[in-house]
Design a protein around this ligand. Structure first.
Ligand SMILES: [Zn+2]
Length: 299
């Protein structure tokens, strides 16, 4: 017994420095990471603010870092309140860093230095590897939409049932694009009517035989969302998500959420599970989709 105690004391003495180092790292690493972020972002004209869930960095934007922190917090809490139950909300593990550039050129430079390629058309991105959101912010309503879009990606990746689930692209982009059209009222996310301009664009694509069959859409890849016709993928995915949440008095909504739960679960989630969950074949569902958006079916 005495021997055992002696061993324990010895072990404790040997391990003590390691615990000390761990403790030190625990407190210094976040500081080093923060300093690294600041440096990469550029220290000139930098403003910073930390709120409950976010660390905001801004550069030459017309809003203070504190104000924009409130915008982010408001959206985050509204998302949790509106979708927390259906989407198995679990909370964030870390403070999320969001960078706002007021100058497009600086945003582009930042992206190119990081990824060694250009970012055509997009004014923002969410990086699932480090959880950061980076935006070009102009104060126009579109900037807020962009923020909501990227924050939705972040929440889906970091705050739902699993960390970094392998989302299907149509679902991930379709839902984020759906959310960017929404507004916040009384602390909840309120959906907008479907976007007529987007519907007209997809209607035209259908008439020109450029429509992507829903079955194909659900198998789309990262490249499809990056390529020349990427707007078709984004917009059709958005309309499909809208359809699944609202069409025919919301009759697909519950099955749609069950399918999302399957996507969150680790492992692959082939599209046939979607058709099975909805109890319809892809072509039956596509016909209902076209009818709902008043797109006349081609013969
Ligand atoms: Zn996106």
């Amino acid at each position: 017994m005495l021997k055992a105690k002696l061993y324990l004391t010895k072990a404790a003495i040997i391990l003590l420095p390691f615990f000390g180092i761990l403790l030190l790292l625990h407190f210094t690493l976040p500081k080093v990471a923060r300093e690294y972020s600041r440096e990469k972002f550029g220290q000139i004209d930098l403003s910073e603010h930390e709120s409950k869930h976010f660390r905001i960095y801004t550069k030459q934007i017309p809003l203070s870092a504190e104000k924009i922190g409130l915008v982010a917090e408001e959206f985050f809490l509204a998302f949790q309140k509106t979708y927390g139950k259906q989407l198995n909300y679990q909370g964030l593990r870390n403070i999320i860093e969001i960078f706002f550039f007021g100058k497009r050129e600086e945003f582009d430079n930042y992206y190119e230095n990081r990824f060694h390629k250009e970012l055509p058309n997009n004014a923002a991105y969410y990086n699932p590897v480090n959880g950061k959101i980076v935006l070009y912010w102009t104060n126009l309503p579109q900037s807020k939409q962009t923020l909501y879009h990227e924050m939705t990606h972040m929440i889906w990746d970091q705050a739902l049932g699993a960390y970094n689930p392998a989302w299907s692209f149509w679902l991930n982009e379709g839902f984020a694009t759906y959310i960017e059209q929404c507004s916040i009222q009384n602390g909840e996310i309120v959906p907008a009517e479907f976007n007529i301009e987007i519907r007209d664009l997809i209607k035209k694509a259908y008439e020109d035989r450029n429509f992507i069959p829903l079955e194909e859409l659900c198998r789309s890849s990262h490249e499809d969302f990056q390529g020349e016709r990427n707007y078709l993928y984004y917009y059709e995915s958005y309309l499909f998500v809208f359809f699944l949440l609202h069409a025919e008095e919301g009759k697909y909504e519950k099955s749609f959420y069950s399918y999302i739960e399957k996507e969150i679960t680790p492992g692959s989630c082939p599209p046939h599970l979607l058709w099975a969950e909805l109890g319809k074949s892809p072509s039956e569902l596509e016909n209902a989709f076209l009818r709902f958006f008043q797109i006349d079916m081609l013969r």
